[in-house]
Design a binder for this molecule. Structure first.
Ligand code: NAI
Length: 338
C-alpha cells in the first residue's frame, strides 16, 4: 500500500533529521492487539503523543482499517499497520511494546477465567519480542496480569534475553480508579489526588494504600472499607454495566497511555518518573509484586518499599499473598511445565 510505504520512508527521514539536528530521535512504539476495544483508543492516544515518532499497530484482524483511519490525523506520529503474519516486522527496532491482546471478561467471570486463552497469546507475542526487539521495554495489559507477567518473564528467560527492569505489568487503571473514587470522597480535583495501589491486579490482590494518600487525608473506617471495596471491584463494575460487551476499554486506554507516556519520558531521560506497576520484586517474599517504581533510560531503576501501612492495610497485605502466589505460579508453570 503506497501510503504505508510513504509513511515508512517518512519515519526514516524524520529519524535522520533528528539526528542531524543533534536531537534525540523520537521513539518507536508497537501496540499488539491494536484493533481491540483497548487497542484502538490506546493507539489514538499514542498517535497524539509527541514522544512517539513511529507507531506500529499489530493485530490478527482489522489492522488495515484502524491504521488507515488513524493515519489521517494530522499529528507528527507515523502509523503503520501489520497483520497476523507480520509480528516480527511490527516489532523490529521498537523501544516500547504495549500488549492489550486477548479476550476480556464477561459478567460472572474472574480475570483468572481468561487464563486458558490469554496465556497462549501472551506467550506467542513475547516470543516475537525475543526475536525482534529483545531490548524493548514491555508493558503487559492482557489479563490475568498476575499470571501473564510471569509468563512473559519465563518466555524471555527461555530465549536468554530476560531483563526484569524492562518487563512491567500495567496496574495504572487501579491507580486511576483509586484517585477518582478518593477525590469524590474528599471533594477535590481527581488530578490532584495520588493513591499508591500495590499487590497485584485482580480482586483482593489489588491493595490501595489509602493511609498514604496525597493530599494527606484521614478516612473513617466506613470510608476505608467503601473505597477499598470499590477500587478492588472497579473492573467488575464496568463488566456488569457492559453486560456481556466486554470490560473496561476507554478508562484502560487512558491509563495505558498515561503509563506508556511515563515509560517514554523516562526513556528520553526525564528523571523522577514514578508509577505503580506489577514487576519482579523483592519488596515482599513473593517474586512479583506491584508497588511504586522509578523509571529511567533502561526501564525500572528503583523499586520502592511499601512504606508504613496501617492495621487494615497490613491485614489486606497478608490476605492477598496466597492468591497472588498461586496466580504467579500458574503463569510460571504454563511455560516451565512444558
Ligand atoms: P478485545 O477483545 O476488544 O480486543 C482484543 C484484541 O486482541 C482483538 O482485536 C483481537 O483480535 C486481538 N488479538 C487476539 N489474539 C491476538 C494475537 N495472537 N495477537 C494479536 N492480537 C490478538 O479486548 P479488550 O477489551 O481490548 O481487552 C484486552 C485485554 O486487556 C483483555 O485480556 C482484558 O482482560 C485486558 N484488560 C486489562 C486491564 C488492566 O488493567 N490491565 C483492564 C481491562 C482489560
Amino acid at each position: 500500500q503506497p501510503h504505508h510505504k510513504f509513511a515508512e520512508e517518512k519515519a526514516d527521514v524524520d529519524m535522520q533529521q533528528c539526528r542531524a539536528k543533534g536531537a534525540a530521535p523520537g521513539l518507536k512504539v508497537a501496540v499488539l492487539g491494536a484493533a481491540g476495544g483497548i487497542g484502538q483508543p490506546l493507539s489514538l492516544l499514542l498517535k497524539i503523543n509527541p514522544l512517539v515518532a513511529t507507531l506500529n499497530l499489530y493485530d490478527v484482524v482489522n489492522t488495515p482499517g484502524v491504521t488507515a483511519d488513524l493515519s489521517h490525523t494530522n499529528t507528527s506520529t507515523v502509523v503503520r499497520g501489520f497483520g497476523k503474519e507480520h509480528l516480527d516486522a511490527a516489532l523490529e527496532g521498537v523501544d516500547l511494546v504495549i500488549i492489550p491482546a486477548g479476550v476480556p471478561r464477561k459478567p460472572g467471570m474472574t480475570r483468572d477465567d481468561l487464563f486458558n486463552i490469554n496465556a497462549g497469546i501472551v506467550r506467542t507475542l513475547c516470543e516475537g519480542i525475543a526475536r525482534s526487539c529483545p531490548k524493548a521495554v514491555v508493558n503487559i495489559i492482557s489479563n490475568p496480569v498476575n499470571s501473564t507477567v510471569p509468563i512473559a518473564a519465563e518466555v524471555f528467560k527461555k530465549a536468554g534475553i530476560y531483563d526484569p527492569k524492562r518487563l512491567l505489568g500495567v496496574t495504572t487503571l487501579d491507580v486511576v480508579r483509586a484517585n477518582t473514587f478518593v477525590a469524590e470522597v474528599i471533594g477535590v480535583d481527581p488530578r490532584e489526588v495520588s493513591v499508591p495501589v500495590v499487590g497485584g491486579h485482580a480482586g483482593i490482590t489489588i491493595l490501595p494504600i489509602l493511609s498514604q494518600v496525597n493530599p494527606p487525608f484521614t478516612f473513617t473506617k466506613e470510608e476505608t472499607e467503601y473505597l477499598t471495596n470499590r477500587i478492588q471491584n472497579g473492573g467488575t463494575e464496568v463488566v456488569e454495566a457492559k453486560a456481556g460487551a466486554g470490560s473496561a476499554t476507554l478508562s484502560m486506554a487512558y491509563a495505558a497511555a498515561k503509563f506508556a507516556d511515563a515509560n517514554l519520558r523516562a526513556l528520553r531521560g526525564e528523571t523522577g518518573v514514578v508509577e505503580c506497576s506489577f514487576v519482579a520484586s523483592e519488596v515482599t517474599e513473593l517474586p512479583y509484586f506491584a508497588s511504586k517504581v522509578r523509571l529511567g533510560r533502561s526501564g525500572i531503576e528503583e523499586i520502592f518499599p511499601l512504606g508504613p501501612l496501617n492495621d487494615f492495610e497490613r491485614k489486606g497485605l497478608e490476605k492477598l499473598k496466597g492468591e497472588l502466589r498461586s496466580s504467579i505460579e500458574k503463569g510460571v508453570n504454563f511455560i516451565k511445565g512444558k
